[in-house]
Design a protein around this ligand. Structure first.
Ligand code: EPU
Length: 295
């Protein structure tokens, strides 16, 4: 029997920034610390029934490549942060953009300006080693508080233990370890030109370079010493539309869902871009967006 806290056949369309239609067979939402106590029964049920689990917060880097996820989607939404001198402590589900703005407007500290419009949560930014306008998570992370769901232990990992690399870490794509909170040293952020800008100036730079809408940001990782956006632009694929999805005319590494797009539309654009870049440049583009597919 599934734990009674699980909701069946829940619509999760709005949980991916692409907004393609999708459902989950089982769904659970954690809105406060007390809900964490249900994790054990949910985890044991998943092992018993061989059900995959996916943790999700804002879904800013997920494409749901299924109609119904045949497992359990667990969504977290516990927020909050504190700033003590240069040390920022954040709950994993706090939005990066919101914290970064408050650090500037309320604490008068400009070091996080480059991250003011970074979509997603701190937990996601750590797991994927997010990089945005010259600043990467690994550059100023001190340590991460983790909950290990297989051993039911709380652990603290140092930056070195996270094994950060370009857009990845040891914490990416695993359902056993949950990031709860993290500490960052804002003083470790190296000076960059965006810190000198006002919020309005930085916003206009961003608007000029990147589109807004139902998108997960960069679809592909940048190949070594190259920009995926530049390559896709150079082969003339900007504006390409398949179904209700298109390659943005503002930035060619941004795939957009125009309201009614499906995951098949986005994957068809992905296939077209990969094939064209392979043929034109002999470069294999690798996805940055996490594509969740089912067998
Ligand atoms: N370019 C084009 N055409 C395009 C897009 C870009 O010619 O359609 C050229 C630009 O003119 C520039 C170069 O390509 O000369 C690099 O473009 P950009 O500065 O936009 O940076 P990017 O490498 O495409 C990376 C990150 C972004 C991050 C920006 C700014 C990756 C995959 N992407 O983009 O991250 O916001 O730098 O720091 O590393 C994300 O991860 O979701 C994301 C948006």
């Amino acid at each position: 029997m599934p734990p009674s806290c699980l909701i069946r056949d829940h619509d999760i369309t709005a949980l991916s920034a692409f907004h393609t239609p999708a459902k989950a067979r089982y769904y659970f939402e954690i809105l406060d610390q007390s809900a964490l106590e249900h994790l054990r029964e949910i985890y044991e049920f998943s092992i018993h029934e061989h059900l995959p689990i996916i943790f999700i917060a804002r879904g800013t880097n997920f494409l749901f490549a299924f109609d119904v996820f045949p497992g359990i989607i667990i969504r977290f939404d516990i927020r909050g942060y504190t700033l003590d001198g240069w040390i920022l402590t954040v709950q994993a589900w706090e939005l990066v953009s919101l914290t970064s703005q408050k650090i500037y407007t309320e604490h008068k500290n400009s070091h996080l300006i480059p991250w003011v419009w970074l979509p997603g949560t701190w937990g996601g930014a750590i797991a994927g080693n997010a990089g945005w306008f010259g600043l990467e998570a690994k550059d100023f992370l001190l340590d991460v508080a983790i909950y290990d769901m297989a051993r039911w232990t709380h652990e603290t990992w140092t930056r070195e233990q996270c094994l950060f690399a370009y857009r990845t870490s040891k914490l990416k794509a695993q359902s056993q370890r949950l990031i709860l909170s993290a500490r960052f040293d804002l003083g470790a952020i190296v000076e960059n030109p965006y810190m000198e800008m006002s919020l309005a100036e930085f916003m206009s730079v961003r608007r000029e370079k990147q589109p807004a809408g139902h998108t997960c940001g960069s679809f592909f990782k940048n190949p070594p010493w190259e920009s995926a956006g530049r390559l896709i632009d150079a082969v003339g694929l900007k504006w390409t539309r398949i179904g209700w999805a298109k390659i943005s005319e503002v930035h060619a590494n941004f795939f957009m869902n125009d309201e009614h797009g499906t995951f098949q539309d986005i994957l068809a654009l992905r296939d077209l871009a990969k094939k064209t870049i392979q043929e034109s440049y002999k470069i294999t583009l690798e996805e940055e967006v996490r594509i969740i597919s089912v067998k």
